[in-house]
Write a protein that binds this ligand. Structure first.
Ligand code: SF4
Ligand code: SF4
Length: 89
């Protein structure tokens, strides 16, 4: 079953890898897991990893990048004409 938020968003074009991680910096504080509105982060072997399909679900809010105090997450907005489009709400 498709989650409600996935019915509200549409993605345009290939946005590339706009979130990457520096796993050597991650201290497993879990803040990114708490803040992500669509639950894209999990711990794997003591390091935060983002779900493989994040490009289809991520809202591009940048919260995970903002909240990480250890420079373990890199975020940049997808290039113009690509990325998330909110259909409603
Ligand atoms: S907020 Fe940063 S340090 Fe904390 S678990 Fe996430 S990536 Fe790791
Ligand atoms: S940018 Fe926002 S929606 Fe995307 S992974 Fe980070 S916290 Fe989650």
């Amino acid at each position: 079953m498709v989650a409600p938020f996935e019915q509200l968003i549409h993605r345009e074009g290939d946005s590339g890898d706009f979130i990457t991680t520096n796993p050597e910096n991650c201290v497993a504080c879990k803040k990114c897991m708490i803040v992500c509105p669509v639950n894209l982060w999990k711990l794997e072997n003591g390091k935060a990893v983002i779900r493989g399909e994040y490009k289809q679900i991520c809202l591009e809010c940048g919260s995970c990048w903002q909240i990480c105090d250890y420079n373990a997450i890199n975020f940049k907005y997808p290039k113009g004409g690509t990325g998330v489009i909110f259909r409603r709400g």
